[in-house]
Design a protein around this ligand. Sequence first.
Ligand code: ADP
Ligand code: MG
Length: 696
Amino acid sequence: MGSRPEILFPLFASCLSLKGVGQKTFLNLQRMKISRPRDIMLSLPVSGIIRRISKSVFDTPLPAIMTIEIQIIAHISSKTRGRPHYILVRGLDSDFNLVFFHSREDYLKTIFPEGEMRIVSGKVEVFDGLPQMTHPDYVVKLPDKKDIPEFEAVYPLTYGVTQKVFSKLVKEVLTITPELDEWIDPSQKLQAGWPDWKTSILTVHNPIGVDDFSRSNAARDRLSYDEFFAHQLTLALARMVAKKKSGMSTCGGERERSALIKSLAYKLTNAQSRVISEILKDMAEPKKMIRLLRGDVGSGKTIVAFFSLITAVSSRGQAVLMAPTEILARQHYEVFLGLAKAVGVKVDILTGRDSGRGRKTKLEALASGSIQILVGTHAVFQQDVVFLNLRLVVVDEQHRFGVNQRLELSSKGLSVDVLVMTATPIPRSLALANFGDMEISILDEKPIGRKPIKTVMISTSRVKEIVEKLDQAIKDGRQIYWVCPLVEESELSDKIAVVQRFENLGTELGRDLVGVIHGQMSTNDKDVAMQKFVRGETKILVATTVIEVGVDVPNATIMVIERAELFGLSQLHQLRGRVGRGSAESTCVLMYKGPLSKTAKERLSILRETEDGFKISEMDLKMRGSGDLIGTAQSGLPEFWIGDLESQGDLLDVAHSDARTLISLDPHLKSKRGLAARNLLWFMDKNKAIDLIKVG
Ligand code: ADP
Ligand code: MG
């Protein structure tokens, strides 16, 4: 489909091409993630300032931004260095001062000649009982009154880019904004009462009142929709391309599955049975499966994965499970080894640690098909890893594996079935945003016999008490996780917090009983530490959030989280999910450093009230915004310029179904509307989507 349409060129030039952008402003804009005129266009004002002319400084309660016609009475020079320069001025009914700090007096005198009239606009406040305006934002002669906008947009700016500079850039960008053909379904547009795209852009940057900042404003609403629509089109295209690949029909495996069921020490939950049959049905279809398995921590996803894996294997195929960390890969491997005995399949593991001869042997075994189920980290997708007959890929703990990675997988041309598992019980709007291209299975039931986890909040000042309790707990044969936060953005200080706590607990409770695990350790050391804990040799495991996902040690029944107030709620929920996995009573201690703000306290209390990950994530989303829900960095969640997942979930829903409809009617985006939608994709930087149209 070639390259970006010419009509969009001006919007994708460098910001340096704009008047008034020099190297310095350019760099500052870049730090705000603005590098092209298009980015300026998508940065919407967040509020506005009324600059209508007032009759008197006493019109409104002060301080306030005011615009007033004045006569300059006198300059009051200060004799002392460093003192401000005052100009006494007369409004219609009162006198007040203009105040300037560090300004050159002769310069001020040329702008404010005594006796003349001017209009000034700026913040008026009361100082020593007198109103004064410090450094007016605008100073104009009476005939130039129009130079002061009656209502001025305020942009969210940082890095020293001023409102004045930015509004000028916006004005310039608006003059190069093209008309684009409509990509929205006409009836949708009519029903929502949306303006055209260009009108919307012009409207949002020229607000005339505070109503223009509300999300229900038609122009803003439309632009949010456009953004969601582009994103959902991308997912719909990915889905189409993936579905089109003639997938394999994988049936059979009944004998293996019933052998497995017999060997299990427990009965599957209804939810597990239901989800397993959903997956099997999907695998049996000749189309490619792209399915998300959502289930709260502890809902038993691993065994569901294993049922799927052995089904793929029974059709003389191979299957692979990819985990986000080495620890998890190893844990799955060990669980699978046990399960595989009953079924009679050959399981092996491949991670970044495999090298040389050992790795070579494994690769050969994979290529010849003698390894049937492979467990591993990202290493399982390295270039030279070749399978004889790969039929199923299971990805554990999805949130480290975002939309972009999925797009990559499909562009690699793998036509195998894909099952992605996640414990992040995200709300529907986020699910659509992140997994709009997948079918979803939900494990909404936990294995029976689990006792609720007792969750308590305790101030760090009582750490001694906690340690004493742990001492007793160890004597009672229990095991404990102790999680330390990433105190600062540096991994080094992260390590320090953990290591200090490790040493401190070692002194208090006994060196041999305490283990430690953090990101800076070698994989081997991590493994050793984990294994010792699994075997019960160490009783306490001091850790960073590396244990956040998936680790399963049923005997561990106490989770202490230090500085809990620094974590996201969903993250705390994940961490807490590491305990309460056996039938024994479990406790989660949220240690906080007081004093806590009211909101922080409320936030943590949510965890005390519920163990429902879904509820928790919705509250978290409400309180923190979508970006922080699972930690922006590794979340893989899309970031939107205008759209807001939290308050505009409905709009996302509409965009989701519109995108699927458009793609089903016009899979190659060749109709008039389809071509318009391509413009939108280009405009929204969805280059990956554009590549998919080529593939499809
Ligand atoms: P998650 O969904 O968090 O990955 P796991 O698959 O690790 O959960 O399962 C948590 C624990 O529950 C494991 O120890 C597993 O053996 C156990 N388990 C799984 N399914 C059942 C079940 N139906 N009944 C009892 N225990 C189960
Ligand atoms: Mg798991």
